[in-house]
Design a protein around this ligand. Structure first.
Ligand code: SAH
Ligand code: SF4
Ligand code: F3S
Length: 465
């Protein structure tokens, strides 16, 4: 994904940001651009037009991390062409690969000017100014992967550009859960919640700029426990109630949640707050208690089913999504069958599944004596994806004939079409005039595929149900 703001008045240099990984990286990319605007950087659509390229990277699986090195190779060609013209292309590697590999990355990729971890983005303008002082052709290779005591959220400037009808808002960062397969606690650091007043202020600014839907972000978003303006600690449920009262905020979502942190206050918010959309991404990873224990998830499959039952009592039409890892070390056919059973019982509107990828430094990467062979992983992934695909297609088909409020975010695939999201996160395509872009319109669903539905504009708006 590419983030490209319009250049601030007087911008003399251009920055191109390429974003990999999760929504938190998308949000961070926007904040990095905000941080660079006062230093005179405007946006560039492509690396070819840019003076500075930032790769905002992801370390979650091996493939994600390796992509960065091939991208750096491509950029090196561009850098050499630039150098031949006597100009310079600076490269920053940010995000989770930067944090995880730090110095090693700077050594392996000699064309990188700055390596900066996710908690140090407020220092980016200074790092770039220092890197620019080194002679052309000799990248400075500055590395900043501290977990500073100060919070970047307090020090980054406010948003410089409107974020569009649907925007991300990070409320929490980091993770203390240490699932045995996962790099996030190492790349993002300890759990931190922003003060509620800061989140509310940012939400008000976004709403004033035309944003109608906010997705609250955190690696463990429902572990949110920010200081409230009343001097108490606020839970995510409390925060959602306050956000729903902001003028212009019509829809709220949050991601990603951990089953252990889904408390009564959050379930009550799902029941009581109409702006909180009836969709929840709640990763379970496996349906086998043996595997869940080995993953250090600290919940069982029964616990997950129980949370789902409680949520569905509060919101009967709640659509669920999840993440699954197949081929975790030691996963037997019986363990995998338990995952399929859980999927069949719960019923998902969508889900993401991944083959286990051993990540350096994580406990699961050491479990090499019980590795699941690659063909077995691939075969299990295919079976799980087929089942989830059937469920998703079924969910989409069941909405045919229903009229739902759809936020029309952007132009659709075909001319005359707009594309957006239903309350249940379905991708919706509809013939609609461009004047409706950024608005919530009532759409009657007419046909369904596995990944999207198509509808027509309707006169009679209705809520989700
Ligand atoms: N914070 C979220 C998810 C973070 S990463 C949570 O707690 O669920 C997003 C997804 O990537 C995870 O849910 C998991 O399914 C997958 N993932 C993480 N590490 C992985 C690994 N080593 N191999 C394969 N998939 C992984
Ligand atoms: Fe990773 Fe587990 Fe934390 Fe999610 S809860 S970010 S999977 S360690
Ligand atoms: Fe990837 Fe880091 Fe997000 S590892 S998934 S970019 S938190």
């Amino acid at each position: 994904m590419t983030v490209s703001p319009s250049p601030p008045a007087g911008a003399s240099r251009k920055v191109h940001v390429k974003t990999y990984g999760c929504q938190m990286n998308v949000y961070d990319s926007g904040r990095m651009i905000d941080a660079l605007a006062p230093a005179g950087f405007g946006g560039a659509e492509t690396a070819e037009e840019a003076d500075l390229v930032i790769l905002n990277t992801c370390h979650i699986r091996e493939k994600a991390a390796e992509k960065i090195y091939s991208e750096l190779g491509r950029l090196n060609v561009l850098q050499r062409e630039r150098a031949a013209e006597g100009r310079r292309l600076m490269i920053v590697v940010a995000g989770c690969v930067a944090q995880a590999e730090g110095m090693e990355l700077a050594r392996r990729a000699s064309n990188v000017d700055v390596v900066v971890g996710p908690q140090s983005y407020h220092r980016l303008p200074d790092l770039i100014a220092r890197a620019a002082a080194s002679p052309p052709g000799r990248p400075a290779r500055l590395v900043d992967t501290d977990f500073p005591v100060e919070s970047k959220f307090d020090l980054l400037p406010e948003e410089a550009t409107p974020r569009g009808p649907a925007a991300f808002l990070s409320v929490q960062e980091g993770c203390d859960k240490f699932c045995s397969f996962c790099v996030v606690p190492y790349t993002r650091g300890a759990e931190y919640s922003r003060p509620a007043a800061d989140v509310l202020a940012e939400a008000r600014r976004l709403a004033a700029g035309g944003t109608v839907e906010l997705t609250l972000l955190g690696q463990n978003v429902n572990a949110f426990h920010g200081d409230g303006p009343d001097g108490r600690s606020w839970s995510l449920g409390r925060l959602i109630r306050a956000l729903a009262e902001i003028d212009g905020v019509q829809r709220l979502r949050y991601t990603t949640s951990h089953p252990l942190e889904l408390d009564d206050e959050l379930i009550a918010a799902h029941r009581d707050v109409p702006a909180l959309m009836p969709f929840l991404h709640l990763p379970v990873q496996s349906g086998s208690d043996t595997i869940l224990a080995a993953m250090n998830r600290r919940h069982t499959a029964a616990h997950y089913r129980d949370i789902v039952a409680r949520l569905r009592r509060a919101v009967p039409d709640l659509a669920l999504s999840s993440d699954f890892i197949v081929g975790f070390p030691g996963e037997t056919e019986a363990d995998f069958a338990a995952t399929l059973d859980l999927v069949r019982q719960v019923g998902f509107a969508q889900a993401y599944s991944f083959k286990f990828s051993p990540r350096p430094g994580t406990p699961a990467a050491e479990m090499t004596d019980i590795t699941v062979p690659e063909p077995v992983k691939a075969e299990r992934l295919a079976r799980l994806q087929a089942l989830v695909g059937e469920q998703q297609a079924g969910f989409n088909r069941a909405t045919i004939g229903r009229t739902m409020p759809v936020l029309l975010e952007r132009p659709g695939r075909r001319p005359g079409q707009l594309a957006g999201r239903s309350p249940y996160m379905q991708a919706v395509h509809v013939e609609a005039p461009l004047t409706l872009q950024g608005r919530i319109a009532a759409v009657t669903i007419e046909s369904a595929a596995t990944l999207s539905v198509t509808g027509r504009l309707s006169e009679a708006p209705s809520r989700a149900a």
